[in-house]
Design a protein around this ligand. Structure first.
Ligand code: COA
Length: 186
């Protein structure tokens, strides 16, 4: 499977998704430093540009190794990076990958992630020819659960005490979406 190139863009009515670049880091730092945004993410909030740079290094290494495709979400009207989303944990023989996403706090509640995630799902099942997408969330993350269900994911399981991060043990809810569900729902 061909990874997207730096010039590839996925467009929706309000948004453009493209691979992350160094110039995006300041805006990504603002959202990843916000405890409200990172509350249910399994990593500490970023403390500064050094954390952002380290994260970018990992994202580029994972892209090069074919392990993850890290996109940013650009609001076309303003040109601002308002969030990020990625496909990772690829298992190509099984045609599957996992979806992750995050929006800056001021952009919640406007349907932006539904728009971005739907486009990324289209890309995953279309261009990337995957058959199954998965998402793992903290079951207390109601906004994320609502988003997944709106996009068409089905809750497939609840794993108890799966994570021990940020001084807290937490469960996981697992969601799945099949290409056949997606095609059938359109
Ligand atoms: C998860 C997250 C991306 C969801 O953001 P969101 O803004 O609720 O999701 P959407 O962009 O799809 O917007 C949907 C909401 O916008 C509202 N909305 C407003 N205008 C809309 C429009 N034109 N189209 C669709 N929805 C619209 C919907 O009613 C919905 O609100 P509701 O859930 O209160 O009913 C966001 O909460 C987030 O970034 N959280 C922190 C990071 C995180 O936890 N990521 C997930 C880790 S697994």
């Amino acid at each position: 499977m061909q990874a997207p190139s730096a010039d590839d863009e996925i467009t929706t009515p309000r948004l453009t998704l493209r691979l992350v670049r160094e110039e995006d880091l300041q805006q990504l730092l603002e959202m990843n430093a916000d405890e409200t945004v990172t509350r249910y993410l399994p990593y500490e909030s970023w403390r500064g540009m050094a954390d952002a740079q380290e994260w970018l290094g990992r994202a580029v290494a994972r892209l090069t190794a074919g392990e993850a495709w890290q996109f940013v979400i650009v609001q076309r009207a303003s040109g601002r990076v308002i969030g990020s989303c990625l496909l990772f944990h690829f298992d190509l023989p099984s045609g599957r990958a996992e979806l992750g996403y995050l929006l800056g706090r001021e952009y919640w509640g406007a349907g932006y992630m539904q728009e971005a995630a739907s486009a990324l799902v289209d890309f995953a099942f279309g261009t990337a020819s995957l058959r199954r997408l998965e998402a793992e969330i903290d079951p207390r993350n109601d906004a994320s659960a609502r988003l997944l269900e709106r996009v068409g994911f089905v809750k497939e399981g609840h794993l108890r005490q799966r994570w021990d991060t940020k001084g807290e043990v937490s469960d996981s809810a697992l969601y799945g979406l099949l290409r056949s569900d997606w095609a059938g729902g359109r």
